[in-house]
Design a protein around this ligand. Structure first.
Ligand SMILES: Nc1nc2c(ncn2[C@@H]2O[C@H](COP(=O)(O)OP(=O)(O)OP(=O)(O)O)[C@@H](O)[C@H]2O)c(=O)[nH]1
Ligand SMILES: [Mg+2]
Length: 202
């Protein structure tokens, strides 16, 4: 999909009321804080700093929308599970991200990013269960931190436990980038005529 190289920032929403109107099919990136969601979006779009990244967890606090040409959007979600975020902010995360994931009929697939060294945390599993049957891609990120043998073992383990596409990924070495583009392009193209119904309660 050539639109991966035609990305532009579209909008940031800090409250559900600020979400931009629905448009073309969207794929959202969810996962724990600091696992590399924003870095994965930059790698897929071949841009260094379109999505803001940081060594400190909790960098992305708004839902950020990136437009790919006319035909698609990628959506960077704030991370969850960062223990030092105060309780009211966690409630804000739930109301913002929950509202988005529940009601967005343009959402055709979700990428759940997990650190390949610590996959399938309880919060990851809760999210996946809640998402129900939306097409799912699990990215095992920071794969460059694992040996080849560890990568293979992690891929097999996660693939056997989760009903989803599962891929090793590294924004640092670009491992997995082309394959993920292919998967996402397929979902985005199919999604043009086939938007999902809204999910029920969180
Ligand atoms: N070695 C390595 N480091 C990575 C990779 N991807 C991201 N990082 C680093 O991990 C840190 C967090 O990356 P982000 O992309 O900001 O993570 P995020 O999931 O968007 O984090 P929040 O917005 O806080 O939820 C940064 O220091 C990145 O440079 C990767 O593939 N390999
Ligand atoms: Mg981020």
């Amino acid at each position: 999909m050539k639109t991966f190289s035609q990305a532009a920032f579209l909008a940031a929403a800090g409250r559900a009321a600020d979400l931009p109107p629905q448009g073309p099919p969207e794929v959202a990136f969810a996962g724990r804080s600091n696992v590399g969601k924003s870095s994965a979006i930059n790698a897929l779009l071949d841009r260094k700093r379109l999505a803001y990244t940081s060594k400190r967890p909790g960098r992305t606090q708004t839902i950020n929308f990136y437009q790919l040409g006319e035909a698609a959007r990628l959506v960077d979600l704030p991370g969850y599970g960062y223990a030092r975020v105060p309780q009211p902010l966690r409630a804000q995360w739930e109301s913002l991200v929950g509202a988005y994931l529940r009601a967005r009929s343009a959402l055709v697939a979700v990428v759940v990013v997990m650190d390949a060294r610590h996959p399938l945390t309880p919060l990851d599993l809760q999210l996946i269960e809640w998402l129900g049957d939306v097409p799912l891609l699990v990215l095992l990120s920071k794969a460059d931190k694992l040996t080849r043998a560890q990568q293979a073992a992690t891929l097999t383990k996660v693939g056997s436990l989760i009903q989803a596409e599962v891929r090793l990924f590294s924004s640092a070495t670009r491992q997995g980038v082309d394959e993920c583009r292919g998967l996402l392009a397929g979902w985005l193209q199919a999604g043009r005529g086939n938007k999902r119904p809204p999910a029920k309660g969180i």
